[in-house]
Write a protein of this length. Structure first.
Length: 252
């Protein structure tokens, strides 16, 4: 058996096991709740409340997993994640500013501003880490940490200027919540996730080579800066989508 085939076979068992665990978790999430499913409103409870919430949780978890492994591969650092790099901090700052400006009363505005904040943070981190035509992985991490401190200050100032009535919802969002999940939100996370995975599969071989070092990847014909831009941008977009609908959920 060739090395790639052997590697694929060795991964099959843990992947199947994880798939079974995911299916069991989804089933438990649907069946367990305050109201038993033998209630006359069981269909409504199942299709409008529990199922979208559980599927949104699965989609957000998958999104953060894909984003995390992409950042770790690009930066060759196991500590790299959407939160260390300031992507989630940018989303939180955007949500806090929207709350301070009393936009929370308009449905969908806070998630939209949070998404834009994540994208803006990504662009800022990438520009700060750029040196001539090269993006330095160490500078990316340091830029993310610096921007996180800046975003924390913005969040505190925004909350101090917000109305008391808006703070409860804002704090719940900052802690991360799936309350009120809808099928629209499930689609808003799942569609970018599928698109992102297609992009990452397209550059998977380049990412694998990049994991061994930039110089080695360049010697093998990889356009390192293009791969960085595609990978970093893709992971940041899906992180922004996940954070926009679920709030700040810690990366595991």
């Amino acid at each position: 058996m060739s090395a790639p085939a052997a590697h694929g076979a060795s991964l099959l068992r843990p992947v199947l096991l994880l798939a079974l665990l995911l299916g069991a978790a989804i089933a438990l999430g649907i069946l367990i709740g305050d109201v038993p499913l033998d209630h006359e409103l069981a269909r409504t409870i199942l299709l409008r409340l529990r199922l979208p919430r559980v599927l949104l949780a699965a989609a957000v978890g998958a999104t953060l997993a894909v984003a995390g492994v992409t950042f770790q591969t690009l930066l060759r650092n196991p500590l790299a994640d959407p939160f260390t790099l300031g992507v989630s901090g940018g989303a939180a700052a955007g949500a806090a500013i929207a709350t301070a400006l009393r936009f929370a009363r308009f449905p969908g505005v806070v998630p939209l501003v949070a998404f834009l904040g994540a994208i803006g943070a990504t662009a800022a981190v990438f520009l700060l880490a750029r040196r001539r035509d090269h993006t330095d992985p160490t500078r990316l991490l340091i830029s993310g940490l610096v921007l996180n401190a800046f975003f924390s200050a913005i969040i505190l100032i925004s909350f101090s200027l917000s109305r008391q009535a808006d703070l409860t919802a804002a704090l719940r969002w900052m802690m991360g919540t799936l309350f009120g999940a809808t099928w629209t939100q499930v689609a808003l996370v799942t569609i970018p996730l599928v698109a992102a995975m297609l992009v990452l599969v397209f550059i998977a071989n380049d990412l694998r080579l990049l994991a061994f070092g930039e110089e080695d990847a360049k010697a093998r014909g990889v356009d390192v800066e293009r791969v960085k831009l595609l990978g970093f941008g893709t992971a940041s977009i899906i992180t922004g989508a996940a954070v926009a609908v679920s709030g700040i959920i810690g990366f595991v």
